[in-house]
Design a protein around this ligand. Sequence first.
Ligand code: ZN
Ligand code: ZN
Length: 97
Amino acid sequence: MPCYIERRKDGGTMFLCGDLGPHCAAGECAAVSGYLCDYPVGEGRTCDLPLCASHAYEVAPNIHYCPGHLMLWKEFRDSGGVQHDLGNVVPYKGDKK
Ligand SMILES: [Zn+2]
Ligand SMILES: [Zn+2]
């Protein structure tokens, strides 16, 4: 039976054992994963790295990235890539107000 280490808000740790799915994949973290990385890796797939609540970085409502992809995404955004990308994704309807 797998065991997990949960960090509590007061700084302590708590052990959990049971079949609770994959561990958080970030670094040395051994917490229960409640999230998957939503970073697109091509062909309609996402990174899917299992992440706990403290390692799943919410970049948009219900979109979570792992620490490594958060860094990539920030670089992308800081270089102006997000606007360019959104321009490609959002269908142009021609009804500018
Ligand atoms: Zn974690
Ligand atoms: Zn990822």
